[in-house]
Design a protein around this ligand. Sequence first.
Ligand SMILES: [Zn+2]
Length: 120
Amino acid sequence: MKYCQGPNCHTYDTKDRKRGPKGNKVNQTRRRSSFYYLQGNACSLNCANDWFEEFGNRAVDYFGRLTEPKKMEEHNSWRKHRRWSWNDNPDTYYSYNVATGEERPISEAQYNDNNYTLNT
Ligand SMILES: [Zn+2]
């Protein structure tokens, strides 16, 4: 069991958040075995948004704020494609460079391999 990481989770007034002895129940942070939001760390989209509102800037600074634009150039423009065929011909697979329009054939295994890329 883990707690929702939303910093304001306890401030949302719902029945399931009320805990404690009868007559003295208080809203508490939700506790579950799993959550759907914030990669399993927040009980709701509200709590996920609250988390980012509170910690987002620090997280971006910590993990690396972009200070210049990323660019799509020839070396990082390869996309995998599948050419469907018919009449019992096998499908073909190829890498397509979005920047240059170049095509290079790849195998089906390479197509299905999430780690395989022509991007450098
Ligand atoms: Zn929550």
